[in-house]
Design a protein around this ligand. Sequence first.
Ligand code: ZN
Ligand code: ZN
Length: 177
Amino acid sequence: MVFTDDTSLSLQAAVALVNSAEPPDTLTGMAELDAFYDGFSYTGRRDRTAAELDEVRALRPRLRELLLAGRDDAAAMANRILAEAGAVPQLVRHDEFDWHIHAVALEVPLATRIAVETAMAMVDAIREDETSRFAVCADGECEALVLDLSRNRSKRFCSVACGNRNAVAAYRARQRS
Ligand SMILES: [Zn+2]
Ligand SMILES: [Zn+2]
C-alpha cells in the first residue's frame, strides 16, 4: 500500500472532484454533491445551498494545480491552503472511524474542509516523495487526472472507457501495419 487508507481516500476524492470538471461537468446539482460527499465518506457540516455548491466547484482548478504540481510547488501550495484555513491538526475519533487527523473543525464550510483534507493528504505524498503518482490521462483527448496507487505503476488512463478506447486504437494500428 502506497498511502494509509485515509490519505488514499482523500486523494481519490480530490481526483474525482477535479475530474468532475471535465466536460460534460458532472458536479452541477445538489444530488451530485450529495453523492460525492457520501461516496467519499465525508462528515461534518453540509449547508446544501447554491453557495456551498459554487464554492466546491470553484475549488476544482486549485486542486488540479495542487495535484499536478511538482513536489516543491506542491509543498508551497499545501502550506498556503493550510495557513489560509488556520489549520490545527487534531486527532479525532468519530462515527465508525478510528483515530485520525482533522486539521479544521467539522463546522468549517465544506469547500474549506475538502481543500484542507487534500492538502493534508498531499503532505503525506510530498513527504514520501510520491507526488509523481498523479498524471493527466494518457488518452490524447482526455484531460482528466489519474492517480496511480498500483505497486507497479501501471495505471495510465483515468477510466475504463479511456483504457478501452486506446486498446482498440492500438489494436487497429497493429492491424494496419
Ligand atoms: Zn473524520
Ligand atoms: Zn481519460
